[in-house]
Design a protein around this ligand. Structure first.
Ligand code: HEC
Ligand code: HEC
Ligand code: HEC
Length: 88
């Protein structure tokens, strides 16, 4: 079952270059996956060290660190304050 879902989502991904692709996260965070792919150079690997898909251990600590905020700080682009990521 899991395999089928993975295959289907890869097909959907490949076939929908212009589809909205926003991932809803906890506490009102809307992660625009598609916009990030365009805004970040270096490709998928920048965020998906182990290949595309769920990120192992993703949650608050990673989000407030290297998975999200650290990059915004480093690039001086993207939100770094609570309310700019967490929108009720
Ligand atoms: C700026 C960081 C970033 C980039 C760049 C990025 N992703 Fe993601 N991606 C994420 C995050 C964060 C998640 C959600 C992970 C989780 O919930 O565990 C995710 C989830 C996914 C998923 C899981 C499906 C879903 O919608 O939840 C797939 C598949 C995926 N990404 C593929 C890709 C591919 C292919 C690329 C390159 C074309 C890419 N990603 C580039 C951050 C990124
Ligand atoms: C590798 C760098 C990088 C990572 C990792 C990253 N971002 Fe961003 N983020 C950016 C850049 C670049 C922008 C674009 C800012 C601009 O164009 O003004 C941005 C913009 C945003 C914005 C505002 C614009 C929008 O797309 O809605 C939000 C919200 C955001 N990021 C949330 C997140 C979250 C949540 C994560 C982690 C799941 C994350 N980002 C991970 C680089 C990154
Ligand atoms: C760069 C975007 C970003 C910034 C800035 C940010 N957060 Fe988060 N935060 C996230 C993401 C993404 C998650 C994890 C969401 C998930 O696991 O789905 C998260 C998770 C959390 C959680 C845990 C929610 C839960 O139910 O597990 C709390 C609490 C939280 N943040 C509070 C804050 C506070 C307070 C600040 C400011 C000091 C802040 N965040 C700044 C993106 C951000």
């Amino acid at each position: 079952m899991k395999k089928i879902i993975v295959v289907l989502s890869l097909v959907a991904f490949a076939g929908s270059a212009f589809a909205a692709d926003v991932i809803e996260m906890k506490r009102g965070v809307k992660f625009n996956h598609k916009a990030h792919q365009a805004n970040v150079s270096g490709g998928c690997k920048v965020c998906h060290e182990k290949g595309p898909g769920k990120i192992e251990g993703f949650g608050k600590d990673l989000a407030h660190g290297k998975a999200c905020k650290a990059c915004h700080v480093e690039m001086k682009k993207g939100p770094t304050s609570c309310k700019d990521c967490h929108k009720p």
